[in-house]
Design a protein around this ligand. Sequence first.
Ligand SMILES: *[C@@H]1O[C@H](CO)[C@@H](O)[C@H](O)[C@H]1NC(C)=O
Ligand SMILES: *[C@@H]1O[C@H](CO)[C@@H](O)[C@H](O)[C@H]1NC(C)=O
Ligand SMILES: *[C@@H]1O[C@H](CO)[C@@H](O)[C@H](O)[C@H]1NC(C)=O
Length: 393
Amino acid sequence: MDKRNYAIWLILLVVMATGMTRAESVNKSASEGLFWSTAKEEADLLRKADPEESPPLLNERDEYDGGFSSLDGMLQWAIGHSDPEKLKATAKDVQHLSPDELKKRQIEVKELMEKLKMPSDAQLMQIAIDDLNNQSLPVEDRHRALKELLILVEPIDNANDLHKLGGLSIIIRELDNTDPETRTTSAWILGKASQNNPVVQKQVLELGGLPKLMKMVKSSFVEEAIKAMYAVSALIGNNSDGQELFYAEAGDLILQELLSDSSADIRLRRKSVFLVAALVECQLETRSKAELPFFSNRLFLKSVVDLTASTDLDLQEKALVAIKNLLKLNTTEALVFRDFCGLDGALKRMRQQLQQLMADENWRDFAMDLDTLRREVELIFHGKLDKVTQVPT
Ligand SMILES: *[C@@H]1O[C@H](CO)[C@@H](O)[C@H](O)[C@H]1NC(C)=O
Ligand SMILES: *[C@@H]1O[C@H](CO)[C@@H](O)[C@H](O)[C@H]1NC(C)=O
Ligand SMILES: *[C@@H]1O[C@H](CO)[C@@H](O)[C@H](O)[C@H]1NC(C)=O
């Protein structure tokens, strides 16, 4: 039995000892067997952790904190990877135990755990990394190792350990793998590990991860492109070195292409415009630095304004935030927004659409919030416009 199997075995003892009512919430799609994982089960895991189910990219770490540091996290994991029927039966058995018997069981488990030593997260990461390095392992096992790392790097301490364990260079190497799924999960891991983490951001940048990820953003495999964009955002978010490199590698052009390509995947376009807003925000905060000409490029500005005509409300909202930030930049011109981008017309169209939406009870709150943002943009826009259209005295 390897360390992973010990871990799961121990967890199940705890499950029994605590009379796990949580068995009721067992993931319906979990497959048979009590072992750490199989490729099939990992597919469930991947779905569960999909960031698309939750709010925007720059906050993803908050959404998925946990990993295996806590026993509770391990329990959730074990339950998700166990046979629901067996768990239910066990839970029933345990309910018949008296408090004394239960207590005795718990003490036994505790002693066992101390004797056998639960593998640490670092050990689990090392196992996964070794698996990735083992070229004679079949591809399914390598996928599994990557997905384990995806979960393990969520706690910031684990993310910080990844490089020490030799994991970062290997995952960056896997970005060049011929297998799209391997590339996709590798990008995802890098994004998770570097999210709001300057230490890992620096390491990945130094190891040359960013240019590879930027290339992947243009992949024809949609999932690969999305995860790569997520990782790029995580890598350069609030990181000036990362942003410099991003611009040096023509990241601005990549963004502009995505924004103006209406056939591009909607999630990718949302992530792109969200990144634009974040980059401009950084620009506004670091006033000392020269503003980038890219942000005042009229074609670029128009491609952002045009997004307000999208049928996707989420994209509209993100576009509004980006426009708001762009308007605040010194280098953007109010007249370009008015005459070249048609911002006035765009904001009016949006108002009409939102008013219709407000009539629908299900949408009212959302529409009102979005309209507040829209009005804010209008105000900033007209303020900026007044400065240049005032008749000189
Ligand atoms: C690589 O994997 C094979 C097949 O599972 C295994 O027999 C071998 O021991 C592994 N090698 C290393 C260095 O772990
Ligand atoms: C951005 O980075 C700076 C230091 O590089 C840090 O002081 C600041 O808190 C960070 N801001 C956010 C929002 O993470
Ligand atoms: C914008 O321009 C004005 C005048 O040219 C200057 O005083 C101000 O510092 C600039 N603001 C920023 C954020 O660069």
